[in-house]
Design a protein around this ligand. Structure first.
Ligand SMILES: Nc1ncnc2c1ncn2[C@@H]1O[C@H](COP(=O)(O)OP(=O)(O)OP(=O)(O)O)[C@@H](O)[C@H]1O
Ligand SMILES: [Mg+2]
Length: 233
């Protein structure tokens, strides 16, 4: 999962972002006996983007694709491709897998924070909501196609850069309204608790983590929280 850094935007080549993300994800993909192919349209214009953030988006999509193909008996291929949208001039990046696809009933929910169909510990449901946010902050869109016959294709559409300067701009992310709101995260799985806390901190929450009900009660004795998120049964 990506850490929220101040955004660092510059004119970047989508090819470079894809190559780096593929490099990160490919070892695990190939050792799971999954085919991976990349088709980059030559001569695409640069995009005005934070390459680290967009790289994280692609890694999230590649990991999801790989996980969808675990134990899948049919064809096992992931394809990443780029093209220029002829009408809008946007750069379109798609990440397609030949896995089981996404049932129609859950498709509207997959971009929601914490929506997951994976087992506890395997997924927290943060990946796609993170992707959605980052793509939106780049002025783009993310959609999914998952036809009846199976397979899922995530399609990013990003505007081509209209800036000539090559410099890098650093900006603190605008702080959302949740700034400073006290939130207590209770989760007996340390990694999950940390992940949840991280997402909330990105949104400006002031987060305290407790690993057990007892620990949570101790915190509650000393102070109040506006929000309590608990995963304890
Ligand atoms: N390529 C895919 N094929 C099939 N289902 C998918 C695919 N990508 C996402 N999904 C579905 O969307 C859900 C949400 O995905 P998301 O990446 O947000 O969370 P996650 O992968 O479950 O957990 P995390 O990304 O936090 O590890 C998944 O649990 C899965 O049901
Ligand atoms: Mg995921």
């Amino acid at each position: 999962m990506a850490r929220q850094q101040p955004t660092r935007t510059s004119n970047v080549a989508i090819d470079d972002i894809i190559s780096e993300a593929v490099e990160v994800a490919s070892y695990s993909i190939r050792s799971s006996d999954i085919g991976l192919s990349v088709h980059l349209e030559p001569g695409l214009p640069p995009i005005w983007a934070d390459p680290d953030q967009l790289g994280q988006v692609l890694i999230n999509l590649l990991v999801n694709a790989e996980q969808a193909l675990h134990g899948w008996e049919g064809r096992r291929t992931i394809t990443v491709s780029t093209r220029l949208h002829p009408a809008t001039g946007n750069i379109v990046v798609s990440v397609a897998d030949t896995g089981p696809g996404i049932p129609k009933e859950i498709r509207p929910r997959i971009f929601e924070p914490f929506f997951t169909t994976k087992e506890i510990g395997a997924g927290t449901g943060i990946g796609l909501s993170f992707c959605h946010r980052i793509v939106q902050s780049h002025g783009g869109t993310i959609e999914v196609e998952s036809p009846e016959g199976g397979g899922s294709t995530f399609i990013l559409s990003l505007p081509a850069s209209d800036r000539l300067d090559e410099g890098t701009e650093t900006a603190e992310d605008e702080l959302p309204n949740s700034t400073g709101i006290a939130c207590l995260v209770v989760d007996d799985e340390e990694e999950v608790g940390e992940l949840v806390a991280e997402v909330l901190r990105r949104d400006g929450f002031n987060v305290t983590i407790a690993k057990s009900g007892e620990e949570a009660l101790l915190h509650l004795k000393n102070r109040t929280f506006a929000v309590i998120l608990s995963d304890l049964k």
